[in-house]
Design a binder for this molecule. Structure first.
Ligand code: NAD
Length: 529
């Protein structure tokens, strides 16, 4: 154990710790023969009407939904869409009893607790009854389900990539919302746009069509602000984007060095604001490089096929979509920084790239396919999404990160943010990283180097299947371990914050321990997809 670790850990925690698992909430039942996922897909493709309403979609009121609450007549609502799951009962890997828990009602919360990662919209796409009518408009969600993700998506305000047709429908334009102020200035060779966002980590998307048509989308909370211009002259791609607590600055090099008499012409939908609805538009990405991270994990470096630059909010994930033998598979991945080094930027990294760390699971639906892809292949993504509120970090001087396995991915950007010398808010980032064996510790060398070179960062590795020769912590997450690692709750509760991410059972157990330690929900965040 390093000196820093020893300082961090009081005597008692140096004993081996062992946490008990709460058990996997996604326990599967043995399905009867003929009821596998492939059988379900075949049934969906057979032409059988699984909707029970002749495939004619309809709006469903909450009262109507409640009437379909038996095994023989089972409707369920998830994220605004009502599905008839009567025929699916015997195919549900968790068993019909589990599925019945959500029948006859809006089961979105239940679904999110148990199945947030499951690609239900592909599995149940042949069962759509219609839209759940609650007085708000969810047309986009419904169309998304009915069209399937390979077809042209209906545009979601503020996220269209087709700049020419990318108008926000007037009905969607929000009135009375305060928009960030925009300024621009120029030099002979460059053009700079400044957006006074005054928030930590807004979502910023810059799209250039041709060399002049510029669209800037900035999302703050649920408000999506759009600026859309035909610039006076050509600019060079890529742009550079910098974001601070006050503003976002986007800079382009001019194709020809000269002063412009004006900025250009606004498009019709310029300066409009809408609300996030449904899933964002999908973007195609090229795989640029695939780098090994560990024996079973790779780093994918992706670049947008179009001229797009995306600055993702801290702690948010994207969705990766794939068509695998006719089944639409979606998984969430949190973009990671290209490295943890503050000075050195890896040579293969360019500003408009995003990096995803992917662990291959031999029996996984997506990752064996994904990890077989190589530079030159393409991937489809959408997002960002997530419930993490980066503005919570504004008062945080001490950040505590509890990560297990690939649960480290949302933590990596937080580490980078916290240890950056220009960050005057955060003073200390302490991570406890739970893995099975030494070889599973992702970016171990980089984490160790950061600990050696940066006083603001400490890491404690805890192994659940440590082999002989491991001198560090052993076991799983346990109350005593956390009591020794985390600050006691008290008056200074505004200044520390705990983030948790890993397998669902790990996250639940850790949250249970945090509650036992009297942590308020405002003092921690559990990443759950
Ligand atoms: P893993 O199976 O290798 O386990 C890593 C460690 O987690 C183990 O060593 C152990 O300490 C702990 N752990 C595992 N099961 C546990 C249990 N039942 N109780 C207590 N502790 C337990 O981990 P992995 O295969 O890398 O999986 C990482 C998980 O993190 C995946 O399930 C992934 O979905 C999730 N994840 C979520 C997000 C997010 O929500 N934003 C992001 C990244 C990863």
């Amino acid at each position: 154990m390093s000196e820093k670790e020893k300082q961090r850990l009081p005597q008692s925690s140096k004993n081996e710790s062992s946490g008990s698992a709460t058990g996997n909430p996604r326990n599967k039942v043995a399905l009867r023969p003929g009821h596998s996922l492939m059988d379900w897909i075949r049934l969906g493709q057979s032409g059988t009407d699984l909707t029970g309403v002749g495939g004619v979609t309809q709006d469903v009121t909450v009262a109507q939904l409640a009437q379909h609450n038996t095994k023989d007549d089972a409707w369920i609502a998830i994220r605004g869409i009502v599905y008839n799951v009567t025929r699916y009962m015997d195919f549900h890997p968790g068993g019909s009893e589990q599925l019945m828990r959500g029948v006859g009602k809006d089961a979105t919360d239940l679904f999110n607790q148990v199945h947030a990662w499951v690609n239900y919209d592909s599995i149940l796409k042949k069962c759509v009854v219609g839209r759940l009518k609650r007085g708000d408009s969810r047309n986009e969600d419904l169309r998304m389900h009915l069209f399937g993700s390979n077809k042209k998506k209906p545009p979601v305000p503020g996220f269209q990539n087709d700049l020419v047709n990318g108008k926000i429908p007037q009905a969607e334009v929000k009135k009375g919302v305060q928009r960030p102020r925009m300024d621009w200035y120029q030099k002979l060779s460059s053009l700079s746009l400044i957006f006074y966002t005054k928030v930590l980590f807004p979502y910023v998307k810059v799209c250039l069509s041709g060399e002049r048509e510029l669209k800037v989308i900035i999302r703050i909370g649920v408000d999506v602000h759009l600026w859309h211009y035909n610039l006076l002259e050509d600019v060079v791609w890529p742009c550079s984007v910098t974001a601070s607590r006050e503003k976002v600055e986007i800079q382009f090099q001019k194709r020809t060095e000269k002063m412009w008499p004006n900025f250009g012409r606004p498009c019709d939908d310029n300066e409009s604001t809408s609300t996030v609805q449904g899933e964002s538009e999908h973007d195609m990405m090229n795989i640029e490089t695939v780098l090994p991270v560990s024996h079973n994990t790779k780093l994918f470096v992706l670049s947008f096929k179009k001229k797009i630059y995306s600055l993702f909010p801290l702690g948010h994930h994207i969705k990766l979509h794939a068509d695998i033998e006719g089944l639409q598979v979606t998984r969430c991945y949190t973009p990671v920084p290209p490295s943890l080094s503050l000075e050195e930027i890896p040579p293969q990294w360019k500003a408009e790239h995003i990096c995803l760390m992917v662990k291959e699971y031999a029996n996984g639906q997506l990752t064996p396919w994904l990890c077989n892809l190589a530079p030159g292949n393409t991937l489809e993504i959408s997002g960002p999404e997530g419930s993490f509120d980066p503005s919570r970090l504004l008062t945080v001087s001490h950040l505590y990160l509890l990560a297990a396995g690939t649960g480290i991915t949302p933590m990596l950007s937080l580490v980078k943010w916290g240890v950056d010398p220009s960050n005057s808010i955060c003073q200390q980032v302490n991570m406890m990283f739970f893995n099975c064996k030494e070889r599973d510790i992702l970016w171990r060398e980089q984490l160790d180097t950061l600990q050696k070179e940066n006083n603001r960062f400490t890491i404690i590795n805890v192994l659940s299947e440590a082999e002989a020769g491991w001198n560090g912590q052993r076991g799983r997450v346990a109350l005593e371990l956390l009591q020794n690692f985390l600050p006691l709750t008290g008056n200074d509760s505004g200044s520390y914050y705990v983030c948790v991410c890993g397998p669902t059972a790990f996250t639940r157990l850790t949250e249970q321990f945090l509650k036992e330690m009297n942590y308020a929900e405002t003092n921690y965040h559990c990443f759950v997809g």
